[in-house]
Write a protein that binds this ligand. Structure first.
Ligand code: 3HC
Length: 285
């Protein structure tokens, strides 16, 4: 059993907000922490909007929504998550920032608290060095965007992660309505190790003039039954995030075949980051 009643989420962006929503919807008392109170306000508004939509569509009753909202707390005081049975970190993909957060948490949470990172590619073994003798309770919980929709949690075991921690997190992911699949700690894990080279290759295919971006996406959507083509998906993920993950893999797997395509890097330099800047490969209203 997972032994979790209270979930703490660090970071109220797209991933953190989604994780908190799913935790609260599935019965967990949930605190979302963010330094930035404006970001917390945006997170709450998005939750309210998505809950309202769920009622309109008949997917949740008004009472279920009230209960879920009642289980959600938004806080800009980190101390409010210290009593959690698991803390899931979903902040910017920078190892130094994540390590600082975990170092602070390690001295403040209980001995049973699981420390989890939603990192998409940074080594769990490396992040776990920030928590000293709590490394056995450190683990990766890699959720997928949009979190309320995507079924998978990729559960990453670091070198020091205990069997008990893995089992608790697999059970917790199931209790959060997800399907958990374990993987070991190599840069990019399984998901991004396979996804990102496909996206990168789509940029090479475009750069070399093999086909127009719309046509590359259409071929991959219709031919492979992917819900989005690789270039649309890159915009959705963020082109800067794609470059970052490729760089983590090139270094971590020590192999130049994971270098980001020059065209992908050029778009990032130009500030075309995808959905978040309303212009990436494609333009958005
Ligand atoms: N939050 C909550 N729900 C959302 C949502 C969001 N941000 N976006 C869409 N949804 C819901 C909609 O409400 C709708 O729900 P309904 O079926 O109850 O009506 C359902 O998802 C379908 O949405 P739409 O009809 O608006 O649009 P689509 O059918 O085109 O689906 C999509 C949108 C779910 C995003 C679909 O295109 C998809 O699955 N795309 C692929 C997403 C993907 O691959 N994600 C993984 C990215 S990689 C990653 O996250 C890892 C990282 O490390 C890089």
């Amino acid at each position: 059993m997972h032994g979790v009643e209270r979930v703490g989420v660090i970071g109220s962006g797209q991933m953190g907000g989604g994780i908190a929503q799913v935790a609260a919807q599935n019965g967990f008392a949930t605190v979302v922490y963010d330094l930035d109170s404006a970001a917390l306000g945006r997170c709450k508004s998005l939750h309210d909007k998505l809950f309202n939509r769920a009622v309109e569509k008949g997917k949740m009753s008004a009472e279920q929504v009230r209960d879920a909202q009642g289980r959600l707390t938004y806080s800009d005081r980190i101390a409010d998550i210290h009593g959690s049975d698991i803390v899931i970190e979903a902040v910017v993909e920078k190892a130094s920032v994540k390590k600082d957060i975990f170092k602070g948490l390690a001295g403040a949470v209980s001995d049973r608290t699981i420390l989890a990172s939603n990192t998409s590619s940074i080594s769990i073994t490396d992040l776990a060095t920030s928590v000293g003798d709590k490394a056995d309770r450190f683990i990766g919980m890699h959720f997928f965007n949009p979190v309320p929709v995507m079924k998978l949690v990729e559960v990453i075991n670091g070198l020091a992660t205990s069997k008990e921690t893995t089992e608790r997190v697999l059970a917790l992911s199931t209790a959060m309505g997800k399907t958990a699949v374990p993987a070991n700690d190599r840069a990019g894990f399984v998901s991004n190790r396979i996804l990102m080279p496909m996206i990168n290759e789509a940029f090479y295919t475009w750069m070399e003039g093999v086909a127009e971006p719309e046509h590359i996406d259409e071929i991959m959507k219709l031919g492979m039954a992917h819900p989005m083509g690789p270039l649309r998906l890159a915009d959705f993920i963020g082109l800067d995030t794609c470059v970052h993950i490729m760089e983590v893999m090139a270094e971590g797997l020590n192999n130049p075949r994971y270098r980001a395509c020059p065209l992908l890097k050029q778009l990032v330099v130009a500030g075309r980051l995808g959905d978040k800047t309303k212009h990436g490969v494609f333009k958005y209203e």
